[in-house]
Design a protein around this ligand. Sequence first.
Ligand SMILES: C[S@@+](CC[C@H](N)C(=O)[O-])C[C@H]1O[C@@H](n2cnc3c(N)ncnc32)[C@H](O)[C@@H]1O
Length: 349
Amino acid sequence: MDTPLDQIALGDCLHLLRSLPDGCVDLVVSSPPYNLGKAYEARRALAIYLEDQRVVLGECCRVLRRTGSLFWQVGAFADKGSLIPLDIRIFPILESFGLIPRNRIVWARQHGLHASRKFSCRHETILWFTRSDDYVFHLDAIRVPQKYRNKTFHRGAKHGELSCHPDGKNPGDIWLFRNVKHNHEEQTIHPCQFPEDLIARIVLATTHPGQTVLDPYMGAGTVAVVARDHGRHFLGAESDPRYHAVALRRLRGEPDANQGFPNLKTLRDYCQRTGKPAAAYRFDVQVGEKPTDRRRARIYPEEHHRHEMAERLAYEEDAFAADIRDQERPGDRNRNGKRRSKGPTWFDP
Ligand SMILES: C[S@@+](CC[C@H](N)C(=O)[O-])C[C@H]1O[C@@H](n2cnc3c(N)ncnc32)[C@H](O)[C@@H]1O
């Protein structure tokens, strides 16, 4: 059996997985589809879905090398007001294959649908399991800035020396990469893409250059693009021909016959590489008249979103604390819209 490196098969992932030899990949990272279909009564649909996942995950585990890692990103199954976080159902399946849990990463968002009879969902989870205790984790490749960068020891033999790592800290298990929606450079016609930076963190932390990354549900090909850009091999499958075509166009990075690109990022990368003007091309989900080049767009790092979200949540909790004590709410520095609620809610600069 050969391993079809740097290819995305068009079709069912099980077909691809069953054709692969044991232990041929170093990392599996994926987000499976979880719109569970409405054809069955909900409980039965969920049971069938989980059984399908068991089969796919069993194959993923078989093809994973002994030193390899598996990252599985899921949200929740909602049905008529009830909500089942899928990771709590997937977790025992992975354990049953002898995999070892390492992290349950919370991928938090600021925006999303507003629920009226329960708390609005603002996170999904990513389960990380390894096949053995002998696994790769390159912390130095993924450090982020500390909150207090120049902290030193106050006493003892190390007095005056830096007490934190000079290159930054471990990013932790709460991630805030911005969802790929409108105004995101990477957005294609696919409704639920991974942000490239989220995949880059996983690939850089858990593989060496030249190793192989598998995504059985490739969608618009994010895992393939990131693996390739960081000098790793990729392979995977996608069953929908429209998304499969997008993934191949992203990887090719050249304009198609209509001078089109699958997303703004691929278009801008091409223009940056060739010196051609962005306005000469189009991209699939373009709304404005002309694409702009990268100099005219600000791309914020995860740290920016982390700060913005922490600030927002702290403000919302302070406002709530004031409401339940019948006190005046603090001013909102990010006033947005015209609505006024009780009391002098908004900050007037
Ligand atoms: C959540 S999306 C993955 C998106 C991907 N992470 C990205 O960044 O674009 C799941 C994808 O799995 C595909 N899919 C569903 N069932 C499949 C199967 N049996 N084999 C391969 N792909 C499948 C869907 O068409 C969908 O594009």
